[in-house]
Design a protein around this ligand. Sequence first.
Ligand SMILES: Cc1cc2nc3c(=O)[nH]c(=O)nc-3n(C[C@H](O)[C@H](O)[C@H](O)COP(=O)(O)O)c2cc1C
Length: 133
Amino acid sequence: MPFHQLIYASRPFGFDDAALNGILMEARRYNAGHDITGALICRPDLYLQLLEGPQDIVESLYQRIAVDNRHLEVELLVSQPVEDRMFPDWAMLHDPAQSWLWTAEEVSDGAIQRASNEDIVAVFERSAQDATT
Ligand SMILES: Cc1cc2nc3c(=O)[nH]c(=O)nc-3n(C[C@H](O)[C@H](O)[C@H](O)COP(=O)(O)O)c2cc1C
């Protein structure tokens, strides 16, 4: 399998437009230069990020992101080899979380921890579909 796919969830700390734009700018600059693509689903109670690319780069990037103080409770959900990228055209797609995602109440009640790998990946499949239509 040529690519590695990694998905984590976390809780934003100090979430506002300026913070988010800073993260996205930084992410896109680095990712574009390092063969990384993906998507960041964001809303005040939740970051859900998918990173994809060469395994060593994805894993070392995740190690840096995990200790970033702009979010808390970083939790690895999926880490697996994949045949194809889901976001080949996006250094980092920004997806303001849609209504079909778990509600804030469901999230605080552990919906993400209970979700299967397939459920989590399906969230991003939906996001990728929306991005191309
Ligand atoms: C939610 C979130 C998502 C991030 N996504 C990326 C990303 O996709 N690519 C990236 O290079 N940095 C991303 N960052 C920033 C990194 O955590 C880190 O600040 C950056 O890699 C610079 O690391 P350094 O200061 O150790 O060089 C993200 C940060 C947060 C809080």
